[in-house]
Design a protein around this ligand. Structure first.
Ligand code: ZN
Length: 252
């Protein structure tokens, strides 16, 4: 790389920096040593480019009877499973039946604990999954590695997925579209109490940041909310939101 400093100004013609001719480090700039850390222009062409690694896609191999039925196409809707009261034990089932499910990390934290061997540090994550159209699940995961905590939480969220009965309970609107909750619902989780009040179309979600995001993932579009208690505690808040959405089935 020491010859690079000698490159004459005459060499820096644009015609000479053809991909085949340029040596690594030459750069075709003629302005002193190359900038380290950012490959000189042309160097990327001289080297065979490594193909970009594809994101790893896990192939789902069903293990349970229910999973095999879903995989073979015997069961095609999630309602079928939820109505029959079967327990879903594989997140692959959910992924197959609700392919447009989005997952989102709601909260991460560190758990520190004194043990006989000293201090142990673990991570916890809360992930919400929803299809923005009537399904929401929230899961928690803990691990020594943040990535694994998130993975665990994501598959928990998939397994915890539950339907939401949507409707229009607003007396100002009285349409029969599914854009809000069918009536006022209240849910509790820890110290947190959340109320969701149906709103007219075009209102939007009147809620605090993270609660709003959860309701969006669930598919609600217009609603008022009230929240009491320590809402920054996402463990309680997400429980309260799920409880609220479960209550949509309580009447009528
Ligand atoms: Zn309406």
């Amino acid at each position: 790389m020491s010859q690079t400093a000698q490159s004459k100004p005459g060499q820096s013609k644009p015609g000479q920096s053809k991909p085949g001719q340029s040596k690594p480090g030459q750069g075709g700039r003629g302005r002193g040593p190359p900038i380290y850390g950012r490959g000189p222009p042309g160097a990327a062409d001289a080297r065979p480019r490594r193909p970009r690694r594809e994101p790893e896609v896990e192939v789902w191999v069903p293990k349970t009877i229910l999973g095999k039925k879903v995989d073979s196409g015997e069961i095609t809707s999630i309602e079928e499973i939820l109505e029959s009261g079967l327990r879903i034990q594989e997140s692959g089932i959910i992924k197959k039946l609700l392919p447009d499910l989005k997952s989102e990390v709601v909260d991460v934290g560190i758990i520190q604990k004194m043990t006989s061997n000293g201090q142990s540090t673990r991570f916890k994550a809360i992930v919400a999954a929803g299809n923005e159209n009537g399904y929401l699940g929230i899961g928690q995961g803990k691990s020594k590695q943040m990535r694994i905590a998130i993975e665990k939480a994501t598959s928990q969220a998939f397994l915890n997925i539950q339907p939401i009965k949507m409707g229009c309970g607003s007396w100002e609107c009285r349409c029969d579209q599914h854009h809000s909750v069918p009536f006022k619902v209240r849910g509790k989780g820890g110290s947190v109490t959340i109320e969701i009040i149906p709103g007219p179309r075009g209102l939007g979600l009147v809620a605090g940041g993270k609660i709003k995001r959860l309701l969006e993932l669930a598919g609600l579009k217009d609603a008022w909310t009230t929240a009491k208690g320590s809402t920054p505690t996402m463990t309680s808040t997400s429980k309260a939101v799920l409880d609220c959405l479960r209550q949509t089935f309580s009447q009528g």
